[in-house]
Design a protein around this ligand. Structure first.
Ligand SMILES: [Zn+2]
Length: 432
């Protein structure tokens, strides 16, 4: 049985690799007016990258031009590593978030997710972490595998299957006729043992990491933000321990990430040793210190909040969304001052895929320098997704995930919204 499966799998890869158009040793030289040195926080002029197969051979102001190499002069643009989004939902699209998961079948949602993956890639995002398929179970694993085998276009993906949530918790189907048995968008776990069980089931089905809902529903009234926690520190620690047992913890791409907007849940998650605290509106002084010490990333997700404010059903609702965003922005400045490490995640899905570079603009608007946002996105993002030393920089031996943007992103971060060229793993997906 084992040999049969292995044989089938190899046949599949061999058949599909021709679709990926990835010649094993084809050499390409990319030339442009500028190239971003992310770690150094500077521009290299001009910029050149020599690519062979799926890897970068050399990058700098001038690289060798081997005989037979294709030379692509991209002109007055900036070469930079492909963008990384550490918080996406390929299985969500704009609209009533909870009803799309009720009305659309998983096969329909999977096809839509394939389109979302392509839209994100064409916008320059060459690596992403999908923070929950929202009721589509491990269908996200199929999307990831189809991308990896070259059947469809999309970023390198880290998948989590469904998120994990309490019965009656933040992502449960609350407020429906019980007789209709509307399903939760998450997998239930009500104890440490059940968290471990769900993690084992999800990993068996191909999940790369685990997402847990740790807080919600939020309330924000008269400037006071409150959110109930879902799991105790001990319960979360059981999940972190199980994730580590199956091949990694913080920074491996196989750890636990939490949806956690505020205390005490954010503090419990950090004490338990999660890889990232997503949303992170409210972090206590002690939590911020621990995040700096343990290098646990905050992922602010400002873009989704802006979209919800701009598309609110009522003016009152829009006002509340804006007030909450202002509160978060003020807390974000405190977090930066405290040295909390940041990663960049947009929560795209409920707003249109391919538009999420807006997140980098908002992080600058709310207090970070462009160079710091680019380092958070590319250097921290690579580590958070478990691809540290493989993506996030244009360096020899790294994957050839290269994009070109108009303008200079160190001077004007909005350059990252103007992507004209996309290469992932040496394959060109978009040309000017
Ligand atoms: Zn999300």
């Amino acid at each position: 049985m084992k040999n049969l499966i292995c044989g089938l799998a190899m046949g599949f890869v061999a058949a599909s690799s021709s679709l990926a158009q990835s010649p094993a040793s084809k050499q390409i030289v990319l030339h442009a007016a500028r190239m971003l040195d992310v770690a150094g926080g500077r521009m290299v002029t001009p910029g050149e990258v020599l690519v062979e197969g799926e890897r970068i051979v050399a990058a700098g102001a001038h690289v060798d031009r081997p005989v037979g190499a294709e030379v692509i002069d991209l002109g007055d643009v900036t070469l930079m590593p492909g963008l990384i989004d550490a918080h996406v939902h390929l299985f969500l699209h704009p609209g009533a978030e909870d009803l799309q998961t009720v009305q659309e079948s998983v096969p329909e949602r999977t096809l839509i997710a394939a389109g979302a993956a392509k839209a994100d890639l064409m916008a320059g995002f060459t690596a992403e972490r999908d923070m929950g398929s929202e009721g589509a179970g491990c269908a996200d694993v199929a999307v990831r595998n189809a991308i990896n085998s070259g059947l469809i276009a999309g970023p390198r993906m880290r998948m989590s299957c469904n998120a994990i949530d309490l019965t009656g918790g933040h992502e449960d189907a609350i407020g429906y006729n019980p007789a209709q048995k509307v399903l939760s968008n998450a997998d239930y776990a009500d104890s440490s043992e059940q968290i471990v069980k769900v993690i084992r089931e999800q990993r068996k089905d191909g999940a790369d990491f685990t997402k847990i809902y740790e807080t919600g529903r939020d309330s924000f009234k008269d400037g006071v933000f409150k959110t109930p926690y879902q799991y105790t520190e001990e319960e979360l620690a059981a999940g972190v321990k199980e994730a580590a047992r199956t091949g990694g913890g913080v920074g491996s791409g196989r750890g636990v990430a939490v949806h956690a907007t505020g205390e005490p849940g954010t503090g419990y998650a950090v004490a338990a040793g999660v890889a990232s605290v997503d949303h992170a509106y409210q972090l206590s002084e002690a939590t911020m210190r621990a995040m700096k010490e343990k290098q646990i990333y905050a992922v602010p997700t400002f873009a989704i909040a802006e979209y919800f404010a701009d598309h609110a059903a009522t003016p009152a609702r829009a006002e509340r969304e804006r007030a909450e965003q202002a509160y978060h922005a003020a807390e974000f400045r405190k977090q930066l001052a405290a040295g909390v490490p940041m990663a960049v995640g947009s929560d795209v899905g409920p707003f249109p895929h391919g538009t999420q570079a807006r997140e980098l603009e908002l992080m600058v608007q709310y207090g970070m320098k462009p160079v710091a946002v680019l380092q958070a996105d590319l250097l921290n993002g690579a580590k958070l997704l478990g691809w540290g030393g493989q993506i996030g920089e244009l360096k020899a031996s790294y994957y050839a995930d290269v994009i070109a943007v108009s303008g200079n992103p160190l001077e004007d971060i909005s350059a990252v919204t103007k992507v004209g060229f996309v290469m992932k793993g040496g394959v060109i997906y978009r040309r000017p």
